[in-house]
Structures are given as structure tokens and as C-alpha cells.
Design a protein around this ligand. Structure first.
Ligand SMILES: Cc1cc2nc3c(=O)[nH]c(=O)nc-3n(C[C@H](O)[C@H](O)[C@H](O)COP(=O)(O)OP(=O)(O)OC[C@H]3O[C@@H](n4cnc5c(N)ncnc54)[C@H](O)[C@@H]3O)c2cc1C
Ligand SMILES: NC(=O)c1ccc[n+]([C@@H]2O[C@H](COP(=O)([O-])OP(=O)(O)OC[C@H]3O[C@@H](n4cnc5c(N)ncnc54)[C@H](O)[C@@H]3O)[C@@H](O)[C@H]2O)c1
Length: 481
């Protein structure tokens, strides 16, 4: 058995792990990085990048479909599924290649290949070949898609998002289970590329939205294009020849069986912590077995163990993995003198069309922190000038402000240019701007941001009329909606 001693051992060479390793080295420590799977990161291999590549192809197809409304007639449109997937994979491989090249430039002795697990709070076993004794450890093991065992029994056509990016062709039909970010992004992209898609939601949720008005608007907007079955449970998935037979039950109790080429489970991702033998790490864990940690230092209790990225299930997003990894690696190096790191204003963007953005304190968080006592402004994009010009006049934005201080708190939206508006508003939250200060900023014409101004004006008006002091109920933000 090979023995290695180091200052900092990082488990996982994804975005969080790479950030942590670099931060620990930059602080002058001897760090090693342990990776059991392929190099390249989830984001580049099977996450952000290939999904956006597929969406880009779908946007091209959709542009042709809506062109006649502008008087532009593209003629016969043919979608070459093999060519679509070839570009997705070729560009994906390019992104992965950059990451792998960077990793291969790191000192070979710092890179350990194999699966790590704790054998003591300061000791890791990597497969059956290496023992690592580390003064400090960063857990950056990411997450994996969840597929219920009873569905998986139906065979390899029950897939997660990972499998989509291995396709050589587009299938004829896919049932997407789950209307979270992955289900909606991939479901809509496949639909626009000519695949027969139905999306099944066990409740009424849409991506990360919680604001009841935005949710209702999003459901209506997306349903105008997509076959979304809300309040519908999966009863069973069975192999049926080369296809799958999916049986579902709707809210009225009606059962329905349909056949698909694939069933795509998009029902969430679970942190990769089960195989780490965390009971030997000497850290406190919650009911799900996840380590308890400080959100500003990423430290688990007072131990020399830190956790970053999807592994902690706080905000499983790429920019968060990078930030958390950097904080964890830096603090692992500084231990025991850990420091709070910069945690930015939360910003989540779903690349559906219309896009969905939430930022700052969302509806659900405000119902807790402000007991329902916050002001709301809104705009519909239906008659918003630039949105109509582009034929993208769908969706709405709701903005939130604090009575008294007039501080801008956050927003939820579905609508045009949400990826940019989300940034604009998240920066305003982080800068601590008041609603009136935001209205003093420049707004050009004709731009979608004029819609943001309308919502902010509405919010400024609402802020003038604070309700009585007692907390207002938030009937629509109960758990599970
Ligand atoms: C389809 C899809 C689309 C997405 N789109 C976006 C997007 O548009 N924008 C966005 O911000 N985020 C997006 N995300 C989320 C984003 O990809 C993740 O939040 C991010 O990649 C997580 O990085 P990480 O470092 O925590 O995990 P990873 O990159 O998964 O790294 C964890 C690494 O740890 C390794 N590992 C696990 N256990 C062990 C062990 N015991 N020993 C050794 N190694 C181990 C794994 O093999 C893996 O390489 C998307 C995700 C998916 C699935
Ligand atoms: N654009 C982006 O930033 C982006 C894109 C894709 C993924 N991601 C990240 O990946 C994470 C995982 O995405 P996801 O969409 O898999 O998870 P999710 O948590 O966003 O959504 C899962 C959905 O599945 C539903 N669900 C759960 N169990 C179910 C069951 N048994 N039957 C039917 N429905 C069920 C949930 O109610 C929810 O609507 C996201 O939280 C996000 O952080 C981000």
C-alpha cells in the first residue's frame, strides 16, 4: 500500500475540487487531489455545457418555426438528429479537453486516481492502493442523478441526463419525469428538435420558482408549447419490446399508459457522500447523512474537514461550486484560523424559453425572513414594447422590497432576456441598493429593461403603503408547492 502525507487532501477533481486544490496550493500548502471518475468536471462533461449546446440547436430550430410570423418563410425544415448530436459531443469534448489539459499540467504526484473513503478523521483510503494521511481534508465529491430502483428495473432505456449526451441520434419519443431545471431545459430542447416529449410533474412545480403568481404564469406560458402533465404520478415503468410502457396517475385518479423510447428521470440529484464512510470522519451530520458545515467558511463543525459544491446540496450550481471550493481550499490551508469567504447573492437561471431567473431572497425565503411583510411590484411582458417587437412577449417579473428601508430584496421571473435581467437585479441586491436608487439608473429605449423599470415603479408605489405591523400570511409558500 502506497503511503502519502500531505497538508490538504481534496476529494473530487470537479469544479469545487479544482478550486479548492488551487486555493490550498496558492496559500503555500502541499495539496493532493483524488479523483475516482473521469477527469473533465460534471459541468463540462454532462452538465452546463452539453445541455446548453443541445439548447442552442433547439433555439435554431425554433427560430425557423416562428419565422413565418415575421413574414419570413424558411421552406422545408429538416432536423438532422445525428448532426445535432455530433456537434453537441464535438463541442462538449472540446470543453472537456480544456479542463483535462489543465489538470494534466498539475504535478503528477498531486493527482491520485481512485475512490476515496475515510478510515479516520485525518486518513483516507483510495481504492486498495493508497493511504493518504492529511492534516486537512476538503470533500468536493459532487452529486449524481437519482433514478428510483423500481424504474431502473425496466432497463437501460430509463436514463438520467448523463445518457442524453451520449446519444448518436435523437430518439422519437421521451417521457421526462420532473419539471425541475433539468427536466424543463432538456424536455423543451428535445421537443423543439422534433422529439415527441411529455413532461410529468407530481405536483405543480416549475424549475426553482416559488412565487405563486410567477409559477402560475410560467405554467401557462410553458404549457402553451409543451405537453406538461401536472399533478401526475408515475405508477410504473416497464420494458415493452424496444420501448418503455409508462403508466401514470393524474390528480383525479385516472391511470394512463403511454409508450416511449426513453424515460428520462429528472427528479433531482443526490450528493455523493454515501461511499465516503463519513461515520469515520468524526463530523456531525444531518438526518440525510450530510455533514453540517458553516456556510461562510465551508468548515464542518470545528474540524479540519471542509465541504464544497454539489456535495453539500446547498445550491448545486457551477458558480457556487467554484466559490465554495475556493473558500474551502483557502480555509483548509489556514486551519485553524478560518475566515468567512465571499458568498455572493444567490442567482439561478434556467435556460428554458422564456428563461427563468430567481435571485436574492426568493419568495419562499422572504416568507420566512420577513413573515410575509414585504412589498411586491410586478410587470407582465405581454405588452412590453421590445418583447413584443421580438415576439417574445411572454412571462412576468415580480420584484420584492423591504418596507421602511426601501431596500431591494430579490425577484422571480419568467420572461425574455432573464439571464441578463437576473444578473442586473442580483448585482443590485448585492450592492444593497434601494428601489429608488435603482430607478435613478439609466434605462435605454426600446429595451426589455424598461419592463424592469415598470416593475420597480410598481414596487416603489407598494413600498409607500406598508401593511399593519402583524406578519402577513404567505398561503402559497407552504413546503412542497
Ligand atoms: C444537465 C445539467 C445541467 C446543468 N446546467 C448548469 C448550468 O447551466 N449552470 C450552472 O451553474 N450549473 C449547472 N449544472 C450544475 C453544475 O454542473 C454543478 O453544480 C457543478 O458541476 C458541480 O460541481 P462539483 O465540483 O460540486 O461536482 P463535480 O464536477 O461532479 O465533481 C465531483 C467529482 O468528485 C468525484 N468523486 C465523487 N466521489 C468521489 C470519491 N469518493 N473519491 C474520489 N472522487 C470522487 C466525481 O467523480 C467527480 O469528478 C448542471 C448540472 C446538470 C447535471
Ligand atoms: N440552468 C442551470 O443552472 C441548471 C441546469 C440543470 C441543472 N442544474 C442543477 O441541477 C440540479 C438538479 O436538477 P433537477 O432538475 O434534476 O432537480 P430539481 O431539484 O431542480 O427538480 C427535480 C424535480 O423533480 C420532482 N420530483 C422529485 N421526485 C420526484 C418523483 N419521485 N416523481 C416525480 N417528480 C419528482 C421535484 O418536485 C422537482 O420538480 C438543479 O437543482 C440545479 O441546481 C442547474
Amino acid at each position: 500500500m502506497k503511503q502519502i502525507r500531505c497538508d490538504v487532501a481534496v476529494i473530487g477533481a470537479g469544479t469545487a475540487g479544482l478550486s479548492a486544490y488551487r486555493a490550498a496550493r496558492a496559500a503555500g500548502k502541499h495539496a493532493v487531489m483524488i479523483e475516482g471518475g473521469p477527469y473533465g468536471t460534471t459541468c463540462a462533461r454532462v452538465g452546463c455545457m452539453p445541455s446548453k449546446l443541445l439548447i442552442a440547436a433547439a433555439e435554431a430550430a425554433h427560430a425557423l418555426q416562428v419565422a413565418p410570423a415575421f413574414g419570413v418563410h424558411p421552406g422545408d425544415v429538416r432536423i438532422d438528429g445525428a448532426a445535432v448530436m455530433e456537434r453537441v459531443k464535438r463541442e462538449r469534448d472540446r470543453f472537456v479537453g480544456f479542463v483535462v489539459d489543465n489538470i494534466e499540467q498539475l504535478p503528477a504526484e498531486d493527482r491520485i486516481r481512485g475512490w476515496a473513503r475515510f478510515t479516520a478523521p485525518d486518513r483516507l483510503q483510495v481504492d486498495d492502493h493508497t493511504e493518504v494521511q492529511a492534516e486537512r481534508i476538503v470533500i468536493a465529491t459532487g452529486s449524481a442523478p437519482v433514478i428510483p430502483e423500481e424504474w431502473a428495473l425496466a432497463g437501460p432505456r430509463v436514463i438520467s441526463s448523463d445518457a442524453v449526451f451520449d446519444w448518436n441520434e435523437l430518439p422519437r419519443s421521451v417521457a421526462v419525469i420532473g419539471t425541475g431545471v433539468i427536466g424543463l431545459e432538456l424536455g423543451q430542447a428535445l421537443h423543439r428538435l422534433g422529439v415527441r416529449v411529455a413532461l410529468y410533474a407530481r405536483g405543480d412545480s416549475i424549475a426553482q420558482l416559488a412565487d405563486p403568481d410567477v409559477l402560475a404564469n410560467a405554467a401557462q406560458t410553458l404549457r402553451a408549447e409543451l405537453d406538461i402533465r401536472f399533478q401526475t404520478q408515475v405508477v410504473s415503468v416497464r420494458a415493452d419490446g424496444l420501448e418503455l410502457a409508462l403508466t401514470t396517475r393524474d390528480a383525479a385518479g385516472n391511470e394512463r399508459q403511454e409508450r416511449y423510447d426513453y424515460v428520462l428521470a429528472a427528479i433531482g440529484r443526490a450528493p455523493n457522500v454515501q461511499a465516503l464512510a463519513l461515520h469515520l470522519a468524526g463530523i456531525e451530520r444531518d438526518r440525510r447523512g450530510l455533514p453540517l458545515y458553516d456556510h461562510t467558511t465551508m468548515q464542518c463543525g470545528t474540524s479540519p474537514i471542509f465541504i464544497a459544491g454539489d456535495a453539500n446540496d446547498e445550491l448545486p450550481l457551477l458558480p457556487e461550486a467554484a466559490d465554495q471550493g475556493r473558500i474551502a481550499g483557502h480555509n483548509a490551508a489556514l486551519y485553524p484560523d478560518v475566515q468567512p469567504g465571499l458568498r455572493r447573492t444567490p442567482l439561478i437561471i434556467a435556460f428554458t424559453e422564456p428563461q427563468i431567473a430567481t435571485l436574492g431572497a426568493g419568495w419562499r425565503a422572504l416568507c420566512h425572513s420577513h413573515g410575509g411583510r414585504f412589498a411586491v411590484g410586478a410587470v407582465s411582458f405581454e405588452n412590453q414594447g421590445r418583447s413584443r417587437v421580438m415576439l417574445q412577449n411572454h412571462g412576468m417579473l415580480r420584484v420584492y422590497g423591504e418596507y421602511g428601508s426601501g431596500r431591494f430584496l430579490g425577484a422571480e421571473m419568467i420572461g425574455p432576456r432573464a439571464e441578463h435581467i437576473g444578473h442586473l437585479l442580483a448585482w443590485a441586491v448585492q450592492a444593497g441598493l434601494t428601489v429608488s436608487a435603482m430607478l435613478d439608473m439609466p434605462f435605454y429605449h426600446p429595451v426589455v429593461e424598461e419592463g424592469v423599470r415598470t416593475a420597480l415603479r410598481d414596487l416603489a408605489e407598494a413600498l409607500k403603503h406598508p401593511p399593519p405591523e402583524q406578519p402577513q400570511p404567505c398561503p402559497d409558500c407552504t413546503p412542497g408547492t
